[in-house]
Design a protein around this ligand. Structure first.
Ligand code: PEP
Ligand code: MG
Length: 584
């Protein structure tokens, strides 16, 4: 037996035979100058561009059935690729060299993509994060060049469909767009030689829920087709030709995972009730209507956060289009509440779209400045249309309206005035809205909002604590580079105090409060949050059964004890350890 160590990016243990996926190499470029006329060569180049565009469109079609996170991740990347194949610097420069210098398409693509990759690639004097981003940008130029060169030379692309079912896919590098070809029912695991935990490929594989270990050194020399491996996607270990003890331990771990999954069906019908009888509300976070079936399966009591940004990815949606989508959620939830958050652009979301719409985002400091509610208030037309659509959808079932990225009372007041104005306008159009409009609540995701929650409740009918941004803005760590960062963790004494302050303000003013950031997906953290006074949590549907299982094993006293211990801890890593080691 031999043990290889890489980066575990998607948890789960599997035992499977290895199948290597290799790619036919591209032929060397022998002729740099075309033997045909520049116009003919230009037409050959245009043909390869068009073919590459069609292939990308086909790839986008394959994403339809992917989970949201993976679809978003690769969708955004495909946008970049499509732009690069449009009237981009790469295409313009390559075409100019074909027409003006008589280069072959291959030589023009290779030279121009390398120049651009070099210009945008990592520089020595930049930070780790900037280097990662620059490497990614350079990789995007190389990927487009690779696709164009394959189409120009007619050398086929990599496919995975011929590999045996149930194998562990081993590959030197899995490019993000290739990840879209990985069918989770075909492969038991993925092992690669290169790749990092934060790159597009890792996010995609996590969304597909395939146990994955990336960045295993010398994979191609140490592993062979048919080798039996145990892949541990949590620890990042790959055991080649495992001994009897390792195999037995892996089988036991797999059985335990399967047992947990089987228990979830039964759990769905049971209440999320503490051992001393108090009920906890467990809700789901969603984006797409296709997520409704898993939400129902999870036993969620409603939707605690509907992120509406996805609706704005294409053309600006009108009231009718938005109404139809919201109505699907509201009807689909069959009288369970649906909390719809109005557009939360800025920061990590929608920057490119904002620029194309001419909303003049600054090049730098995107996490700050115009975003969330502040941005909407400066473009009230978007907010008015969205409020109108949500109010109309509320006629189909209980709805709550959520304002993102709030920092001051005046912002909520202004939004409320618009909300009421839109309601009056709808009534004039003959739409029979109830006298009491759906509650208007706010996200608590800035330190300002958490610290002044007692003031904000004067205008907010409910609160939703977004620990993802609250962590970023409190600890000054960018959440998008967060997976590799030990610093980005909501389990920090400062965040606990901000959550505690918010919970107290909500309790005192009798306002419902829910935690809807990622922290609510961590069952042990939920125990601590219950100790802090919270009783409502919204999370990805897949996390809900484990959280419910935890809730059902907790008493108020246990949660309070954990809170007391946590409040005495003065170091974030100690707090993380305390929660990780918590046992009921
Ligand atoms: C949050 O910030 O915690 C949150 C739930 O909102 P989003 O992740 O959409 O920014
Ligand atoms: Mg947020």
């Amino acid at each position: 037996m031999r043990v290889l160590h890489g980066k575990g990016v998607c948890p789960g243990i599997v035992i499977a035979p290895v199948a290597f996926a290799s790619e036919k190499p591209l032929p060397a470029i022998i002729h740099t100058h075309a033997s045909t006329s520049p116009e003919e060569e230009g037409a050959r180049f245009d043909d390869a561009v068009a073919r590459t565009q069609r292939q990308l469109a086909k790839l986008r079609g394959k994403l339809e059935n992917f989970p949201t996170e993976g679809r978003e991740e690769i969708g955004a990347l495909l946008d970049v690729y499509e732009r690069m194949l449009g009237h981009s610097r790469l295409i313009r420069a390559a075409r100019a060299r074909i027409l003006e210098e008589g280069l072959t398409s291959e030589a023009a693509v290779k030279e121009e993509s390398e120049t651009l990759a070099h210009q945008t690639g990592p520089k020595d004097d930049t930070s780790e994060e900037e280097r990662e981003a620059a490497t990614r940008r350079a990789g995007e130029f190389r990927e487009i060049a690779r696709r164009l060169l394959r189409n120009l030379s007619g050398v086929s692309f990599r496919t995975f469909s011929h590999l045996p079912h149930g194998c562990a896919l081993a590959i030197e590098q899995l490019r993000p767009a290739d990840a879209a070809l990985v069918n989770p029912s075909h492969f038991a695991a993925v092992i690669t030689e290169s790749g990092g935990t934060t790159d597009h490929t890792a996010i995609m594989l996590r969304a597909l829920n395939i146990p994955t270990v990336l960045s295993v050194p010398h994979l191609a020399t140490l592993l062979q087709d048919g080798d039996l491996v145990v892949v541990n996607g949590t620890s990042g270990e790959v055991f080649i030709n495992p001994d009897a003890t390792t195999l037995a331990a892996a089988r036991a771990a797999m059985e335990e995972e399967a047992r947990l999954r089987r228990g979830f069906g039964r759990l769905r019908r049971l209440p999320a009730r503490l051992t001393d009888g108090e009920d906890i509300e467990l809700l789901a976070n969603v984006e797409l209507t296709t997520e409704l079936p898993p939400v129902h399966q999870s036993g969620a009591q409603g939707i605690g956060l509907l992120r509406s940004e996805f609706l704005f990815e294409g053309d600006m949606p009108d009231e009718e289009e938005q109404y139809e989508t919201y109505a699907i959620f509201v009807r689909g939830m069959e009288n369970h509440p649906v909390t719809i958050r109005v557009l939360d652009w800025g920061g990590d979301k929608g920057i490119d779209r904002l620029r194309t719409l001419g909303y003049g985002m600054p090049e730098d400091g995107q996490m700050l400045s115009m975003r969330g509610l502040r941005l909407l208030l400066s473009h009230p037309d978007i907010l008015e249309t969205q409020f109108a659509a949500i109010l109309r959808a509320s006629l189909h079932g209980p709805v709550r309206v959520l304002l993102p990225m709030v920092t001051a009372l005046s912002e909520i007041r202004e939004a409320r005035e618009i909300y009421e104005k839109v309601a009056r306008r709808l009534r004039r159009r003959g739409i029979k809205l109830p006298t009491k409009l759906p509650p208007l609540g706010i996200m608590i995701e800035t330190p300002a909002a958490a610290m002044t929650a007692d003031i904000l409740v004067h205008q907010a009918e409910f609160l939703a604590i977004g620990t993802n941004d609250l962590t970023m803005y409190t600890l000054a760590v960018d959440r998008s580079g967060a997976l590799d960062s030990n610093v980005y963790s909501a389990l920090h004494p400062a965040i606990l105090r901000l959550i505690g302050t918010t919970a107290n303000a909500a309790l005192r003013s009798h306002r419902p409060v829910c935690v809807c950031g990622e922290l609510a997906s961590d069952p042990r953290a939920v125990a601590l949050l219950i100790g802090l006074g919270l009783r409502s949590f919204s999370m990805t549907a897949s996390a809900l059964p484990l959280v419910k299982q935890m809730v059902r094993s907790l008493s108020l006293e246990t949660c309070d004890m954990l809170r007391r211990q946590a409040m005495l801890v003065d170091d974030p890593s100690e707090l993380q350890k305390l929660v990780a080691n918590f046992q009921t």
